[in-house]
Design a protein around this ligand. Structure first.
Ligand code: BG6
Length: 490
């Protein structure tokens, strides 16, 4: 009756993850429209500590300038690493590592360039047919996010983003189109990448330009509500088209721990963690959790909810819960005098003195991944999928095209060991896709030099370089990990 598991399951999905807006490039090819991410600039003359400011807040002025064809700014995500033209070679490298799956996203703007068209763009659909066929040729299972920080910019400038209920229909049209088109090619879907990140970067998550919204919390949660409804409607459509398909949610899970055993820190941690778990609570259970009333009252948020919303959300919760995990952070009820932590998601987090940090200041906590897996499984009792995990670092090429990224191997190894521990704890986790299996543009800083890949791409922060692909030391290491189904980690 009680069977202790000490290995990864036989059919465990090992692979890597990317997002269209960070790697495809070719933003003016095949009728593609501009997405919210095509607006981000990289400029080394701006002080480094401000590179991710635009990630947290976008202005009208920046959006207007980006739409001006004569803008002289550099927009790295328009060029990506040109996966659009290199997908065959890149997928062949993934196959050489033995990938069982590949987590990717669709550029909504390749298929509906502005987002509100009635008919899809055939060229965009055909591109993903080619990508899926290539994956299939190599026996790699695609895991596809419908929306990964790449909604059409037009839906922001003309409709005001997800705060506007009409965007639900546009998204559902997009989702239904791709479910129909790829029903025989894709089994695993994710409706929204890191849906909880609306809290930290509302522009790229729900298309909010803060200047328009004096009551920003209201706008964020209204946008999130529309995404919840859209996700449930998409799941309904997906199941009608292919009852075998599995649809998941995806949150950014940054484990939070109390800074001390002071009861105030413990309560502050529970409340803070809930601001992320709120999103998976809704999507995994199909209804708003009981703490919502107090949370909204304290934020003065009053949602506009249509009578049919609650029913559709209840009827179509997700099949599995996926998440990204990069770091943990400590929480104090009195953070004023303590040193703050830094990272993609941390607002108000405190530096944990027990943890080392990456070159970008992110706190490295492999054991936190085991805790996170246990917490999420205890909470939802649904299969889990680790959709992102990895180390952003600067890599150096030695003569002979050698890149000795032992720091990355060590980070990944330590995290994979903890997944195995969680499996022994009884957690049902069916896959792991490390982030940025091939180097690409950073989401938050728009740098190229913040690299996560097993495959190096010869390109600098300004987009200069040959774009040649070079295998790093971690490439062969990961190949062995996959071949041994997680047994050979050294
Ligand atoms: C996740 C995102 O939050 O973190 C990815 O889903 C992103 O898109 C990744 O690239 C790493 O963040 P960054 O800013 O280092 O690229």
């Amino acid at each position: 009756m009680f069977q202790l598991k000490t290995n990864f399951p036989e059919n465990f999905l090992w692979g890597g993850a990317t997002a269209a807006n960070q790697l495809e490039g070719a933003s003016d090819v095949g009728g593609k429209g501009l997405s919210v991410s095509d607006v981000y600039i990289f400029d080394e003359n701006i002080p480094k500590e401000h590179w991710s400011d635009q990630w947290h807040m976008m202005t009208h002025r920046q959006v207007e300038e980006a739409q001006n064809p004569s803008s002289e700014k550099y927009y790295p995500k328009r060029q990506g690493i040109d996966f659009y033209h290199n997908y065959k070679e890149d997928i062949a490298l993934f196959a050489e590592m033995g990938f069982k799956c590949y987590r990717m996203s669709l550029a909504w703007t390749r298929i509906f360039p502005n987002g509100d068209e009635l008919e899809p763009n055939e060229e965009g659909l055909a591109f993903y047919d080619r990508v899926f066929d290539e994956l299939n040729k190599h026996g790699i299972e695609p895991i596809v996010s419908l929306s990964h920080y790449e909604m059409p910019l037009y839906l922001v400038t003309e409709y005001g983003g997800w705060v506007n209920r009409k965007v639900i229909d546009f998204y559902v049209r997009f989702a239904t189109t791709v479910f129909n088109r790829y029903k025989d090619k894709v089994k695993y879907w994710i409706t929204f990448n890191e849906i909880n990140c609306v809290k930290h970067h509302p522009y790229v998550s729900v298309g909010i330009i803060e200047e328009n919204h004096p009551h920003i919390e209201q706008a964020k949660y209204q946008g999130a509500h529309h995404q919840f409804v859209a996700s449930a409607l998409a799941i309904k459509a997906c199941k009608e088209i292919n009852p075998e398909a599995k649809v998941g949610c995806m949150i950014s899970y940054q484990l939070l721990v109390p800074y001390s055993c002071n009861p105030d820190d413990i309560q502050a941690t529970v409340e803070n963690q809930r601001t992320s778990l709120f999103f998976s609570d809704v999507q995994a259970r199909g209804y708003y959790p009981s703490y919502t009333a107090r949370m909204f009252a304290e934020k003065n948020v009053v949602l506009e909810i249509e009578p049919e919303d609650e029913q559709i959300m209840r009827e179509y919760p997700v099949d599995y819960v996926s998440f990204s995990y990069y770091m943990s952070s400590a929480i104090s009820a009195h953070p004023e005098k303590l040193e703050g932590a830094v990272g993609n998601l941390i607002t108000g987090g405190i530096k944990n003195p027990y943890l080392p940090t990456s070159e970008w200041g992110w706190q490295v906590d492999p054991k936190g991944l085991r805790t996170a897996l246990n917490q999420l499984y205890d909470r939802y009792q649904k299969p889990l999928f680790i959709a992102e995990n990895g180390l952003g670092a600067v890599d150096t090429i030695e003569p002979g095209d050698i890149i000795q990224d032992d720091y990355r191997i060590s980070y990944l190894r330590d995290h994979i060991k903890q997944i195995k521990e969680a499996i022994s704890d009884g957690v049902d986790v069916f896959g792991y896709t490390s982030w940025g299996c091939i180097d690409m543009i950073s989401a938050s800083t728009n740098q190229m030099s913040k690299r996560y890949g097993y495959i190096y791409v010869d390109q600098d922060d300004r987009g200069r370089g040959t774009k040649r692909r070079i295998k790093k030391k971690s490439f062969d290491w990961y190949k062995k990990v996959i071949a041994s189904n997680g047994e050979q980690l050294d």
